[in-house]
Write a protein that binds this ligand. Sequence first.
Ligand SMILES: [Zn+2]
Length: 439
Amino acid sequence: MRKVFWSCLALAVTCGAAAAQNATKDAGALTVIRAGSLIDGTSEAAKKNQLIFIRGKRIEKVADAGAAIPTGATVVDLSSATVLPGLIDSHTHIFLWGEDPLKGGYDENILKAGIALRAARATYACRRALEQGFTTIRDLETEGAGYGDVEIKQAIEEGTIPGPRIFGATRGISSSGGYNLEGYAPELAMPKGVQIIDGPVEARKAAREQLDHGADWIKVYMTHRSWVGKKGELVSQPTLTVDELKAIVDEAHGWGKKVACHAYSGIGLQRALDGGCDSIEHGLSLTDANVAQMIKQGIWYCPTIAPYYGDWAPENTPGGQRDRKRASEHEISVQKAAKAGVKTVFGTDIGGIPWTEPMAIEFDYMTRFGFTPMGAIQAATSRAADMLDMPGEIGVIGPGAYADVIAVSGDPLRDINELKKVKFVMHDGAVFKNELASK
Ligand SMILES: [Zn+2]
């Protein structure tokens, strides 16, 4: 498989020695993709019979099928396929290898896997993302693997391993009592899946350290445990105070970076909004007031629906009741946010779900809970690009954008599950996979 990758890399402009040679040779070479149907990431309807002109890493122009193709151009025939921009998953964990209780749950990731094994698994995860058409990911913390995401990103950028463009959040931040590993004898100093802070001074210092070591985003856990309360409501344990979060947000914004807040409901969710976070992750129980505040402050919503529909504990246990309550509240919140026009992005939380599962399962849930197929696709393309401050550069097929292009054989606007069967992937102008080749 590795050999296939390198042989397909003719147009790559990366920093590895072999790739760099190819880049200098091929930077001016033209590739033209014939798209039978084009969903460009921003337009409300698909366009038929389009030509995408690609030079080096970027798209030069998009034209109708009648436009002249210069001699010498490499033509990729996707005329019987639907072509889309490379997808963006705004919530992943490349260093997480599932949380199945039968396989040791979350703790196994940290207690049983050394850093080399974790790096190997992260390498696999990156390949999985790319082969499924996800050419960009926002990876929301390494679950105890330190700054490993920064180094995996470096390995991808230098051409050592295949993988998507990564926006990494490095270590993540929570407070004492606010993250795993937990439940062990108090005499034991257990490792934690995040950096623990208490007080605004420590909060700011953690943000500075993480930004200093290459964090593109800061990830903060604003709630931790959850359970069903006496009135049948979903209760979440709050973690950081508003002052602690404000110190992090102030620091991150000063560096031109943003803050993603894991927040389920109640006090912790309210503190996330009041503290000025940029995106709410999960947001299981959004009140009307929460939704109004998100719209007013321009806060993004990354619901990650799919993980809350798997691995429910038995029905008549506190855990089972909590799992069912999470899902039922989440459905209502997602529909409420969609109706009110909250800026919403596609995110899977994959890693929590094993990397062997299809990432596109989230599209299925989004379209069940209020999104049109085009709305869900835009949440995974141009909308995510806006959140990542790369509008026009990723998540779109248009002049000047990076040549991140995928294709499926059917029509995802009719059957969104077509996106589980991505047949063609180009990343930064290099063809990574083509199962639609005519010969
Ligand atoms: Zn997550």
